[in-house]
Design a protein around this ligand. Structure first.
Ligand code: ATP
Ligand code: MG
Length: 422
């Protein structure tokens, strides 16, 4: 038996309704905010991710699926979506058409991580980006859309945490203060942190190792180092979130695991998910597009983990789709006649199934029961000869003989919400 790859899941038909529901909610919530979908390839040149995500991040250091293609080019399965969207935006000069662009994507991402609940090697993200808008109103609009999306999905126990990472103007001062602080506690840090802290001290705050977390508990707060512009930006974000009645917490330890963030960063935290508690995350990345060779355009975005969403959702609220009708036919002629009826219902968009192999009525009814079809149409030799059909209501277990000619009218009068008048 050939099995799937560890950490890469099949989404089986029994689970698909939740995914369809999420995808429908994405469109329903995002479109009124002016967002358009973009679809980019799942493979890019490796260099794109090294340059955008940052060389000394967990993702680039150890999580990327990188390989050489047959011509020897180094390619990588995308570990996240923003880099690809920016690459596409620059390549197609989308800013000329829309100086402020609102884009979203939905699709698989790949990271070589240790698989566990809520953490996989192929997982899916819903992402959104606002490109070209420096105003803090863009930050708030994006957070509002994220908040609305969670409300629409029916998740209301996730907590929004926000922080500001400052800008290239004020962050160096904070960085230095952090380096000084960490230098005195080096012996308590993990190997990764000891190696990285000099060139990327913020990464230490993001480390998941317990002893590192403890060691930096009293670290200086980035918020005390913001320049006036960054301070005003962050205050506006907080004020407008409150005006929109969106609850949030300020977490001055949140730095996010990617290099390109500046100013506003945020996460949606769900305590219900245990260790894998972030269900969505994002922030502002004003220098990213320029650093990738594009125009000087600011940006801000988020990514939501879809698997973690499904773990949090109350999936019992999503109605399972089931066929409305089961056609049970007995005898060769009846089977062929029923097959025509079946095709006719399907043509009208009415979910209908039948068994082609001519099993006993009992076994066909058992199958209908399993499918939970509310109605069964029974066509035996006798019914066929009389040009009639039995209509069985599975809920009440009652049965009625109806002329084949008037079947459609009968169904429409009895169950008008299932069968619109033909
Ligand atoms: P974590 O801290 O859990 O590793 P992250 O900071 O690496 O998350 P991002 O790169 O910001 O995550 O991705 C945004 C969201 O994508 C996360 O909040 C999470 O819901 C989801 N996600 C990230 N990595 C995985 C994974 N390996 N499996 C499933 N979902 C993931
Ligand atoms: Mg991670």
């Amino acid at each position: 038996m050939i099995t799937g790859i560890k950490g890469m899941n099949d989404i089986l038909p029994a689970e698909i309704e939740a995914w369809h529901f999420i995808e429908a909610c994405v469109r329903e919530v995002f479109h009124p905010f002016g967002f358009k979908e973009i679809r980019v390839p799942v493979v890019e040149k490796t260099e794109l991710f090294c340059r955008s995500i940052g060389e000394d991040t967990d993702i680039v250091e150890k999580e990327m699926y990188t390989f050489a293609d047959k011509s020897g080019n180094s390619l990588t399965l995308r570990p996240e979506g923003t880099a690809s969207v920016m690459r596409s935006h620059i390549e197609h000069k989308l800013h000329i058409l829309n100086p402020v662009d609102r884009l979203y994507y939905v699709g698989p991402m790949f990271r070589y991580e240790r698989p566990q609940k809520g953490r996989y090697r192929q997982f899916h993200q819903i992402g959104a980006e606002i490109i070209g808008e420096p105003s803090p109103l863009a930050d708030v609009q994006l957070l509002n859309m994220l908040w609305r999306f969670f409300a629409r999905i029916g998740i209301n126990d996730a907590v929004l945490q926000i922080n500001s990472l400052g800008c290239p103007g004020c962050r160096p001062r904070y960085r230095q203060a952090l380096v000084d602080f960490i230098a005195e506690r080096l012996d308590r840090l993990c190997g990764d942190c000891r190696r990285r802290y000099q060139h990327n001290p913020l990464r230490v705050l993001d480390c998941k190792v317990e002893q590192c977390r403890d060691a930096v508990q009293a670290a200086p707060s980035v918020l005390d180092f913001l320049c006036p512009d960054c301070g005003t930006h962050f205050n506006t974000v907080r004020r407008l979130l409150s005006n929109l009645a969106i609850p949030f917490e300020v977490n001055n330890r949140m730095v996010r695991g990617l290099d390109y963030y500046c100013r506003t960063t945020f996460e949606m935290i769900a305590s219900r998910l245990g260790a894998q508690n972030a269900v969505a995350a994002g922030g502002r990345y004003d220098g990213l597009i320029e650093s990738l060779g594009g125009p000087t355009l600011p940006g801000i975005g988020f990514a939501i983990g879809m698997e973690r969403l499904t773990l949090m959702m109350d999936t019992t609220r999503i109605p399972a789709s089931r066929p409305l009708l089961f056609l049970a036919a007995l005898g060769e002629k009846a089977v062929e006649k029923a097959f025509l009826l079946l095709a006719d219902f399907q043509k009208q968009g009415i979910g209908a199934e039948m068994d082609f192999s001519g099993k006993s009525l009992k076994s066909q009814l058992r199958r209908a029961d399993k499918l939970q079809t509310p109605l069964v149409l029974i066509l035996g030799e006798d019914e066929l000869a009389a040009n009639q059909i039995q209509v069985r209501d599975m809920e009440t277990a009652t049965q009625e003989k109806v002329g084949l000619e008037s079947l459609r009218t009968f169904l429409a009068s009895r169950w008008p919400h299932h069968f619109p008048q033909a």
